[in-house]
Structures are given as structure tokens and as C-alpha cells.
Design a protein around this ligand. Structure first.
Ligand SMILES: CCCCCCCCCCCCC[C@H](O)CC(=O)SCCNC(=O)CCNC(=O)[C@H](O)C(C)(C)COP(=O)(O)OP(=O)(O)OC[C@H]1O[C@@H](n2cnc3c(N)ncnc32)[C@H](O)[C@@H]1OP(=O)(O)O
Length: 723
């Protein structure tokens, strides 16, 4: 796992642990052995540590953190002490990335050089811990306190040039990194090492530490609301200036241990792997990412120049994929093109893109008013409004117009892909690509396969998702798929709570304190109360009934129409300055509770004869989350989602479920399935007119076991395969 190579008078220690050179136990052993061996060899005058493959080192092996037996000697700090105490100079030669423990290894070395394309950082905070192999104590000695606090608490990576500027690197190289390291080593042989040992030098700006800490703390509390690790990162850097090196390092170890055992880190580590597992798709027929090749996509069409269509077009052109944007109405088309240009201008303003890059994007965007212009494209994404008949007409026409190999995708957020596919003679090439609004910002892409969608079609849209930088999850078709189907239960309970005693701000506050970025009523004001109204009207129409503000039940199912009263008053949300909240036109970001809304809710309850009472926060959380969790288990049971991780990724990236709480499925696993099942049964008895409380069979089966079944085994209980 660490290759030991003698090259003239140099010992090269090459970390060789694919795919990302994580510091697993054998690597740590290999590094210690290598340093000792080189020091024992009189011919060796200096040592170079380098990474084999595409990166220097991705840090500690995160999988070991859940298996405490694997965190065994030599731990990373003792590896580091062996490196630092080496009597011969040790140079780290960085290419690709040096992250977390990887950067710590470099900070134990006496010198650090890196390729100009390399990036370094401490991403530990993103998995709920801190750089616990003396990173928080060593970095401030090179970069100063303020920079170290920012870099460690944010987890951001910086490029080699900036790392050099802040004293982290001794040289930025343009040539072959190993050759440059050898030349560098030859120059430093024989130079005194003590001043190069970071444990022997002081933090230069230590006298400022309290002021720097207070500023950083205020920023971190605002930016990373609810998260513990960023605060611990700051405290640990503060210690580096207030204590002796050894004492600060011991404190750092105490802090990382506490974080590592805590709920947030466990959830964040789970989220790290869940996100990566989402791309490893598999169909029930056995086709998977490992055995199916995607088709080449070199040109695309997007139908509909509204908010969704324009946003999707931005995603494609930003990734260098040409788009023909089709909109029947020339004025709408022009507006769509302007919207796209405006979105890209915003990116230029934020320095996420140069004006030249924007111009290149616009060059590969063409407008058209007829579907005929799509005859030659490789893939089309339809993004017209949610109406099955309209979509079927468009797909039938596309089937005639497009070349036989063209894939036809729908951006439907709810409709059955099979019903859309059956309007064509190529159902194997029809698939759902459900983007979340705003499409150019939200990172989630929910790809939906129908009963006839071919593995190649699936592979192609999964690859497309990767190419445009989305976190892409594959699900099976059904009404609302995974995202909207399960989130609808959450939204329904939030509305029922309004009818039973809460006001919008009560519910939003509780769910925001739980960790959601925004409560459901603020989200509704942002996305538009009119949008929700239109969807509900469509659903009612499809089900053959008229939905009015008087409706309380349909087919024995409870319905809440409080929001529809707001719609009728023209309160559509932020865009009209009033919705569930009111907004000062000069500060649309600040929702203000509105007594008029309280009156609407109270009137609604009086009219419907609904009794109101005080509802405790715990019930608000349970009602919204457990209703969704129960539906998530059904989705798993029906194999609409293949694994619980996919559902959690959808909630994190589609609905801002706090990453540090894992997702609804992970949350349920932590609460305990017995408890979740008991509460679902309790609410089912209390609310017999809400079918989302009918307990899922899978949940019941799992809860009936005397011991908790780990999430990784839930799938085995699907379809009665395990009872
Ligand atoms: C009783 C309690 C005991 C408590 C004891 C406490 C004391 C313990 C002392 C420990 C001291 C450790 C201190 C150290 O500071 C901690 C760390 O270093 S934590 C790790 C920090 N590093 C990261 O977070 C990096 C994470 N990785 C990435 O950002 C990216 O993977 C990448 C490196 C930029 C590469 O990106 P890509 O090329 O896109 O590739 P993937 O992301 O798809 O990854 C490929 C593959 O590798 C797996 N992987 C990546 N990094 C790690 C890792 N660090 N450990 C394990 N596995 C890793 C990733 O999951 C992919 O595999 P797959 O999931 O697809 O199988």
C-alpha cells in the first residue's frame, strides 16, 4: 500500500491505495515503515512522499470511522510524529488533491511542493468532524489564525497558487511533480530541520486570537446554522494560539472523538456514501451502471421556454451540450432566451463564469418555434406544463419528427411515464428526467424509468446527469415518483396542522429548528401558491371532482384547502408581496407573519367546524416527518426506489433535508423503527381519513423484530423475501 523506491540517494514513498489513496491502516503502517527504513539506510539523504494514481491523498479512510477496531496503531498522529522527527528531510509532492489527513501528512513533512493544478483542503467539517491529526494546530502556524479558521470551518479547497500565498506550500511546480520533488530534495539536503518542524514554531498572530475567534464564530453560526462541527473547528484553532502545541493537540483529539461519536457526524458520513451510492444504479432486470453503456449525446432539444425549460437549457449549455429551445409562441421564445441570458449574466456577476464562457454557452443555444427543428437531435427534454394529454400529443409528434435513435425525456414531476411512452412507437426510448426548480440551481435530477424504458436509455440519462453536474437518482415510475409522492404527505400534514391549531410561522419555525433550510410555508411562498393551486386543480380534474374551498373530503380522504383561500385572494407568495406571509417590497427575503392570514385560517376553521388547540413542537415534527417516512417505506416496498439511500439523497437535494440529519430514512433508523411504527399506528387511529397513515407493510415487518435491523438490510425484507 506504500511502495518503497530507492532512486539514487532518495527514498520515494509512493502511497498506492486506489482509488483515492485514503490513509487506511496498511497505508499508515507503510508510511511508518518507509520512514524508518529510509532513516536506517546510510545511502538515503532525503525522503519524498508522493501519491500514485490521480491524487496525492484523500485523507483518513472514512469507512474506518464506523469500525472503531480499525482505528488502530499506528494512528495518523503517530505516523506524523515519525515523519516530523525524521533526521532526514521529508518532502511531500502533491498532485491532484491533498485533503484532510492527506494535507495533515503534508504538514508533518518538512517541505511541501505541489503541481499548479493541485488543490488542498480540510473537508473534515463536511463529515461532521475536524482535522484531528493536528491539522487545526499546525495550519495556523503557517497561514495565520483567520485564514486557518475560515479554511477549516468551511471545508473549502484552495488551489496551489493560493496555498503558496498563504504559506502552506513551499513551491508550486509546472513540470513533472516527481522530478521536481527530486530536484527540490537535493537542494534542501543538509539544511537544519528544526525550523521546518511546525510543532516547534509559534502561531504568529496569537495575541489577536480572541478578536479573530469572535468574528469567525458569528459568521459560522449564521452560515452553518444548527451544525456543531464548524464551531468545534474554530475552538480547536483558537486552542492552537492559547495553549502549548502538545496541549492543543490533546484537546483537538478530545474534540474530534466527541464529534465522531455524535449524531451529526454519523449522519454526515452516511450522507457522503449515500450520495455516491446513488450513481450506482441497477434495474430489476439486472442491468446496471457496471454492464450498460450510455449512448452518445451531442445535441439536444428542450421543449418549453418557461421557467423549467429555460433552467434546463442553462444546465445543458453550461456543460457544453448544444440545445435547440422550442417554444410555439415567438414572444415566449424571446422571453425564454432573455431569461437564459440573464441567468448566465448572474453567473458572470458572481464570478462563476467569465464573459467569454457565457458567450460560448449562448453560441450553442438556438431558438425555434416548431418541433420539426428537432429532427436530428440525440435527446429531447419536454418541459411544458403538467398536463397528460398535452404531453402525449407532444410525444406522439416527436416520435414522428425525431430520428429513430432520439431519446425522448419528460420533465414531468408527477405523471406516469408509461402513459406518456404509450403515445409513441419507441417506449424503450422514453424516460422521465425530473429537474427540481430552479433547475439551474437545484442539484437533484430524479430520472424515472417506465416499464418499457431500455437499460441503454437509463444509462444515457444517468450519464447526462453526471455530465451536467447533478446528483442523479434513478427511480421507477408511479404518481409523483419518490420526491413529490413522499413530500406530498409532509405538505399535507403541514396543512392539516393549520386546521388544528398552528399558524404557518409555528410550523416553519419548528421544522427550521429541526434543520430544514426553510419551512414548508416559506417554500410555498417562494415557489408560488398559484403553482400549488394549479397542481391540485389538475389532480382533482383527473380524478373527476371539483375542488373548492368548501371541499373537506374526497373519496374518504381528508383534504385541506386553506391555501386555496389565499389563492382566491390573489396572495400567490413573494411574487405578489403576500402569501402565507407578507413581504416588504424592499426586503423580499424577510417573510413577516401576517394577522390577515391568521384570520383566514381561523375563518376557515370556524366555517368547517374545526376545533383548534395548542400543538406541541414534537407533534409537528412527528406529523410531518413520520407521514413522509411511512410513505418512503411504501416506495421502498414497491421498489419505486431501490435503496433507502436513494430516498434520502432525494430529500437532501430536492427538499433541503438537513444533511446532518441524514434524510427521512436515516432519521427513522436513528429514532428506531419500533417507535416510528408505533407513532404511525397512533396517528392512523387518530386520523383515519388520511391514507398516508396506513402503516406500510415493510415498516411493520421491520419493526416487529426484537432487534433493530440495520438500514443496509431493509431491502432484504421487500416482497416478503424475509419475514
Ligand atoms: C471510539 C471513537 C474513536 C475516536 C477516535 C478519534 C481519533 C481518530 C483520529 C483520526 C484522525 C483523522 C484525522 C483526519 O483529519 C480525518 C480525515 O482525513 S477525514 C477525511 C477527509 N477527506 C475527505 O473528506 C475527502 C473525501 N473525498 C472526496 O472529497 C472525493 O472522494 C475526492 C477525493 C475529491 C475524489 O472525488 P472523485 O474523483 O469524484 O471520486 P469519488 O468521490 O467518487 O470517490 C471515489 C471512491 O473513493 C471513496 N472515497 C473517497 N474518499 C474517501 C475517504 N477519505 N475514505 C474512504 N473512501 C473514500 C468514495 O466513497 C468512492 O468510493 P465508492 O463510494 O464509490 O465505493
Amino acid at each position: 500500500m506504500v511502495d518503497y523506491i530507492i532512486d539514487q540517494n532518495l527514498a520515494i514513498l509512493a502511497v498506492n491505495n486506489p482509488p483515492v489513496n485514503a490513509l487506511s491502516h496498511h497505508v499508515r503502517e507503510g508510511l511508518v515503515e518507509g520512514i524508518k527504513k529510509a532513516n536506517a539506510n546510510d545511502q538515503v539523504t532525503a525522503i519524498v512522499i508522493i501519491g500514485k494514481g490521480k491524487i496525492f491523498c484523500s485523507g483518513a479512510d472514512i469507512r474506518e470511522f464506523s469500525n472503531h477496531a480499525a482505528i488502530k496503531d499506528p494512528v495518523l498522529t503517530s505516523v506524523g510524529h515519525t515523519i516530523e522527527n525524521s533526521g532526514k528531510p521529508v518532502i511531500s509532492a502533491i498532485h491532484g488533491n491533498a485533503l484532510g489527513g492527506g494535507l495533515e501528512v503534508a504538514l508533518f513533512c518538512h517541505y511541501r511542493i505541489a503541481s499548479e493544478s493541485a488543490r488542498v483542503g480540510f473537508p473534515e467539517v463536511l463529515i461532521g468532524i475536524l482535522p484531528g491529526a493536528e491539522g487545526t494546530v499546525r495550519l495556523p502556524r503557517l497561514s495565520g489564525l483567520s485564514f486557518a479558521m475560515d479554511m477549516i470551518a468551511s471545508g473549502k479547497q484552495i488551489n496551489a497558487k493560493d496555498a503558496f500565498k498563504h504559506g502552506i506550500l513551499d513551491k508550486v511546480c509546472t513540470g513533472n511533480i516527481l522530478e521536481e520533488a527530486k530536484d527540490f530534495a537535493k537542494k534542501v539536503i543538509g539544511q537544519p530541520l528544526d525550523s521546518r518542524r511546525l510543532s516547534r514554531i509559534n502561531v504568529e498572530d496569537a495575541s489577536n486570537v480572541d478578536a479573530v475567534f469572535e468574528v469567525a464564530l458569528a459568521q459560522v453560526k449564521k452560515k452553518y446554522k444548527g451544525q456543531i462541527a464548524p464551531i468545534y473547528c474554530l475552538k480547536s484553532v483558537r486552542n492552537s494560539a492559547k495553549m502549548s502545541f502538545d496541549k492543543a493537540a490533546a484537546e483537538e483529539r478530545r474534540l474530534i472523538t466527541e464529534l465522531m461519536l455524535g449524531y451529526q457526524s454519523i449522519a454526515l458520513r452516511y450522507s457522503f456514501f449515500a450520495e455516491r451510492s446513488a450513481s450506482k444504479w441497477r434495474l430489476p432486470c439486472g442491468a446496471s451502471v457496471n454492464n450498460t453503456k450510455p449512448s452518445k449525446i451531442e445535441s439536444t432539444g428542450v421543449i418549453g421556454a418557461g421557467t423549467m425549460g429555460s433552467g434546463i437549457a442553462v444546465c445543458l449549455i453550461r456543460a457544453g451540450i448544444p440545445v435547440i429551445l422550442v417554444e410555439k409562441d415567438p414572444k415566449m421564445l424571446e422571453k425564454g432566451m432573455e431569461t437564459i441570458s440573464g441567468i448566465l449574466d448572474g453567473s458572470v456577476k458572481l464570478k462563476r463564469m467569465t464573459p467569454g464562457q457565457k458567450a460560448k454557452c449562448m453560441e450553442i443555444l438556438k431558438g425555434a418555434t416548431s418541433l420539426d427543428k428537432l429532427s436530428n437531435v440525440d435527446l429531447v427534454i419536454e418541459a411544458v406544463y403538467e398536463n397528460l394529454e398535452l404531453k402525449r400529443q407532444i410525444f406522439a409528434q416527436l416520435d414522428k419528427v425525431c430520428k429513430p435513435s432520439t431519446l425522448l425525456c419528460s420533465n414531468t414531476s408527477t405523471l406516469d411515464i408509461d402513459k406518456i411512452a404509450s403515445a409513441t412507437n419507441r417506449p424503450d426510448k422514453v424516460v422521465g428526467t425530473h429537474f427540481f426548480a430552479p433547475a439551474f440551481i437545484m442539484r437533484l435530477l430524479e430520472n424515472v424509468y417506465g416499464s418499457k424504458t431500455s437499460p441503454t436509455t437509463v444509462a444515457t440519462v444517468m450519464e447526462l446527469g453526471r455530465r451536467i453536474g447533478k446528483v442523479t437518482v434513478l427511480v421507477k415510475t408511479c404518481y409523483g415518483f419518490v420526491g413529490n409522492r413522499t413530500h406530498q404527505c409532509f405538505g399535507a400534514e403541514a396543512s392539516f396542522l393549520l386546521e388544528e391549531g398552528c399558524l404557518p410561522q409555528d410550523i416553519d419555525q419548528v421544522l427550521e429548528e429541526f434543520g430544514m433550510a426553510m419551512g414548508p410555508f416559506k417554500v410555498s411562498d417562494l415557489s408560488g401558491i398559484d403553482v400549488g393551486w394549479r397542481i391540485r386543480q389538475e389532480v382533482a380534474k383527473a380524478a373527476g371532482f371539483k375542488l373548492t374551498t368548501e371541499t373537506r373530503y374526497h373519496n374518504g380522504e381528508r383534504i385541506s384547502t386553506v391555501g386555496d383561500s389565499l389563492f382566491e385572494m390573489g396572495r400567490y407568495g413573494i411574487k405578489t408581496g403576500k402569501g402565507w406571509y407578507k413581504y416588504d417590497p424592499t426586503n423580499l427575503r424577510k417573510p413577516v407573519p401576517d394577522s390577515d392570514v391568521a384570520d383566514v385560517i381561523l375563518d376557515h376553521c370556524a366555517k368547517m367546524g374545526l376545533q383548534r388547540c395548542k400543538i406541541p413542537p414534537q407533534e409537528i415534527i412527528e406529523r410531518c416527518l413520520f407521514a413522509a417516512v411511512n410513505e418512503c417505506f411504501r416506495v421502498l416496498e414497491e421498489r419505486v426506489a431501490e435503496k433507502p439511500e436513494d430516498i434520502d439523497v432525494i430529500w437532501q437535494y430536492g427538499f433541503s433535508f438537513p444533511r446532518y440529519a441524514g434524510g427521512p430514512m436515516f432519521y427513522a433508523s436513528q429514532v428506531g423503527l419500533k417507535r416510528v411504527y408505533e407513532r404511525v399506528c397512533f396517528y392512523h387511529e387518530k386520523f383515519p381519513y388520511s391514507s398516508h397513515w396506513i402503516p406500510s407493510d415493510l415498516l411493520r415487518k421491520l419493526a416487529s423484530h426484537s432487534v433493530e435491523i440495520p438500514m443496509s438490510q431493509w431491502k432484504e425484507f421487500v416482497n416478503g423475501s424475509k419475514l
